[in-house]
Design a protein around this ligand. Sequence first.
Ligand code: CTP
Length: 410
Amino acid sequence: MLNGKRILLIVTGGIAAYKTPELVRQLIKAGATVRCVLTRGGAQFVTPLALASVSGDQVYSDLFSLTDEHEMGHINLSREADVVLVAPATANTLAKMAHGLADNLSTTVLLATDKPVLAVPAMNVRMWEHAATKSNIAMLRARGVTMIGPDEGEMACGEWGEGRMAEPEDIVLALSSFFGSTAPLGGYSAIVTSGPTHEPIDPVRYIANRSSGKQGHAIAQALKELGARVTLISGPVDLPDPQGVKVIHVQSARDMATAVEGALPADIAVCAAAVADWRVDNQAPQKLKKGIDGMPSLSMVENPDILAALSRPGERRPQLVVGFAAETENVLEHARAKLAKKGCDWICANDVSPSTGTFGGDQNTVQLVTRTSVEDWPSQSKFHVAKQLATRIAAHLGAQKFAHKPGEAS
Ligand code: CTP
């Protein structure tokens, strides 16, 4: 996947640095050559000897070492690479990168390089969520630095949350998709709908629902990370746009339907949006006034069903159409009925009763209902549900490539 690519790996001082020999091993296995720069902090968690052994090259660590400069000047370190990969990238290194500090070999290389930079953040969840880190990340992204991860999970400090370094295999995958090589969904295009819709009553009031968009956005990101070209059509949400994904922001169900239609053709469609079933038919052109208009009487009319329209047989039907069934009772029964009624291939059924905390929360418990089976997925974060769904889609389309019977999905 990374044949002939030259990677300059900068290992900074996070506990996740202990995983870097395995990362180097997997990068080399994928066909890359790897040269390492190790900071003093990084060397607390992994030895130069370990990195030198797996990379088969000298490890550079000192900006003022005559020997290092003689072997390979610090400017040449990145000149001789195709990309610079910072893994783990600590909050401190990311802050220095954002502000152009160059106080050791790694930050000097990063300031001097004209090569693409990919960073794999790894830190405690509170550091990751700190406004300073958020603003540094946004600054680096705007400057073209690609972020890989972080993952969510248990941290070395015992806390749970976002901030774990992405796994070595995910870093290899992200790099290969960066180089445009054969990621599992490379060459596939996907449409994902996400978030609620707002149905106007008058120019200032609307009808909405409690969807946060977290699940749909995570799915768009996960499909992108497997190499798909993704268009995310999102209702109003309080989330950043996923990186590397084309995002179309909409308000109402009708806007969403038009945007989906405009994004076709696509190979994959995942409808995770909580689309309002009805809109106000007698929308007021001006703000309704209590004193003048009195108690409003809303007349409702049904919205277009985006999932059903996408599932309709025809030339523009995506190869795989996945819907969600948000239910509060008889989840499986309703999901099966929805699969049949809407004509999609799979339904991710989830219980959104208030006691589950699914709507707006971070966890989700999904049953994947296909035309022939029901898979019970574990209760996990929306991030992991998204990863599992994207992997399942990639496996399904991969298998279909070899045994495709039109109109049939497992
Ligand atoms: N959906 C859609 N367009 C609509 C309504 C729903 O695309 N106008 C999609 C959702 O994105 C989801 C699936 O249909 O993938 C099911 O949504 P849900 O709200 O659970 O079901 P409804 O179709 O609204 O049916 P009901 O309200 O009877 O449960």
